[in-house]
Design a protein around this ligand. Structure first.
Ligand code: NAP
Length: 249
């Protein structure tokens, strides 16, 4: 299992859910891994689980200055970076009349602005070749109520995958995106719903998935491993929909 042997990888939002599972699979495939998070408790838990081999960095994905610091930290630790998985993200679901400017800016800050400026800050650090994978969402494609801002942030990432591919491929940097459907992760516990409401929302979402179930983080992580590895050297500017058919059927 050496598909990422000696590759140096940074995963943003690697402390829980899809990011943490991707960190585990990257390690199994021989990569050196750095990951970020913001919450001290989940940073600690990730440190305990993954051990001192993994560089675990507290870094706010919404803060532009923090992206520069993060790029410097990674450069000091690894020299060059072969793989960047831009995964940190938040989900804030509200009907349009309940949005205010601060909440709108927060969603765009974490999901769009931070990732964009992290790519900018890492430009001198990327190895040649390098692979960037953006974590978008099926919500960029479907008209699910209350996802107007979240869906727009993820549509922006899909646009970056195409435009930055055009801009960066001549430097040996490939950019691709994954668009997961509903995946069982701690994210749903952060929606601010009561247990009863969460159950009702989960059932309603599950009924919209042709495959009839939520996905598992490993079903996303295996695609990230492929996109990070040299097996995908000819895959550029693409989007992998991994959504149990939700966005297409
Ligand atoms: P999750 O378990 O909540 O993981 C989110 C990760 O992002 C955590 O490591 C979290 O770290 C980090 N994060 C959030 N805000 C941050 C900030 N300001 N600075 C640094 N790190 C921050 O959720 P997940 O489901 O694995 O989500 C990962 C990505 O997949 C997100 O971009 C999400 O939009 C996308 N996605 C998820 C689903 C799904 O159904 N689960 C579907 C489609 C797309 P802390 O613990 O430190 O906050």
């Amino acid at each position: 299992m050496n598909r990422l042997k000696d590759k140096r990888a940074l995963i943003t939002g690697g402390t829980t859910g899809i990011g943490l599972e991707t960190a585990r699979e990257f390690l199994n495939e021989g990569a050196r891994v750095a990951l970020t998070g913001k919450n001290p408790a989940t940073l600690d838990a990730a440190r305990k689980e993954l051990g001192s081999e993994v560089l675990i960095i507290s870094s706010d994905a919404s803060d532009r200055a923090a992206q520069k610091e993060l790029a410097q930290t990674v450069s000091r630790a690894f020299g060059k970076l072969d793989v960047l998985f831009l995964n940190a993200g938040i989900v804030d679901l509200r009907p349009i009349e309940q949005w205010d400017e601060a909440a709108f800016d927060r969603s765009f800050g974490v999901n769009v602005k931070g990732p964009y400026f992290l790519v900018q800050a890492l430009l001198p650090v990327f190895a040649k070749p390098a692979s960037i994978v953006l974590n978008a969402s099926v919500n960029a494609h479907i008209g699910m109520p209350n996802t107007s801002v979240y869906g727009a942030t993820k549509a922006a990432l899909l646009s970056f995958a195409r435009t930055l591919s055009g801009e960066l491929i001549s430097r040996g940097i490939r950019v691709n995106a994954v668009s997961p459907g509903p995946i069982s992760t701690p994210l749903y516990g952060k929606l601010g719903l009561s247990e009863t409401d969460l159950k009702a929302v989960s059932t309603s979402i599950q009924n919209q998935i042709p495959a009839g179930r939520f996905g598992n983080p490993s079903e996303i992580a295996s695609a990230i491993v492929f996109l990070a590895s040299d097996e995908s050297a000819f895959t550029v500017g693409s989007e992998f929909m991994i959504d149990g058919g939700m966005g297409t059927l």
